[in-house]
Design a protein around this ligand. Structure first.
Ligand code: GDP
Ligand code: MG
Length: 174
């Protein structure tokens, strides 16, 4: 069995886009519609001369964020509970965890909620601040995420910025 790194985070932060970048294939499905991804897709990250490892994308094709929101607070709570359940399952079998957040949205209460769970998991955690597409506002976009108390790495899954650095940081967590 290959050691695993889990990608966790709220819907639409870019977990699946990042997953696809990392495995350089299209084994995870990305959509513009939030929350539509298969539950726990797994892929391998291979680079010449470096350790191969597995990454797990969480998200759940069974989850429909729009339907949950339409159901009101009850639906949203159920939806968040399901994300948390999937994240916990992935976390349990992972050597390290990447908490993916959206640098354009900024820090949200649900990010803080997930971070609190990760702190208790006692495994290495890296906060991956995605959608940092240009370098000019990088420090500003990162600033509020320091409050989570984990190391941070800005990336752009869409443009590939820092994705190789992320790979190496992931290997450090194995
Ligand atoms: P997931 O729900 O966390 O798996 O998120 P997805 O990978 O499905 O991406 C959600 C949306 O964010 C899609 O519209 C992506 O095209 C977009 N997205 C992902 N990564 C980036 C990025 O680095 N920059 C920008 N601007 N958009 C991104
Ligand atoms: Mg996804």
């Amino acid at each position: 069995h290959l050691p695993k790194i889990a990608l966790v985070g709220r819907p639409n932060v870019g977990k699946s886009t990042l997953f696809n970048r990392l495995i350089r294939a299209n084994r995870a499905i990305t959509h513009d519609r939030p929350g539509v991804t298969r539950d726990r897709m797994e892929g391998q990250v291979r680079s010449r001369g470096k350790q191969t490892f597995a990454i797990v994308d969480t998200g759940g094709i069974t989850l429909d964020a729009h339907a949950a929101v339409a159901q009101g607070p009850e639906g949203i709570r159920g939806f968040e509970a399901e994300i948390l359940r999937q994240a916990e399952a992935a976390m349990a079998e992972a050597a390290g965890i990447c908490l993916v957040v959206d640098g354009r949205d900024g820090l949200t209460p649900f990010d803080e909620h997930l971070a609190a769970h990760l702190r208790r998991a006692g495994k290495p955690v890296l906060v991956v601040v995605n959608k940092v597409d240009g370098v000019e506002r990088e420090d500003e976009m990162l600033a509020e995420f320091h409050a989570l108390g984990f190391p941070l790495l800005p990336v752009s899954a869409a443009h590939g910025h820092n994705v190789r650095v992320l790979e190496d940081e992931m290997r450090e967590m194995l």
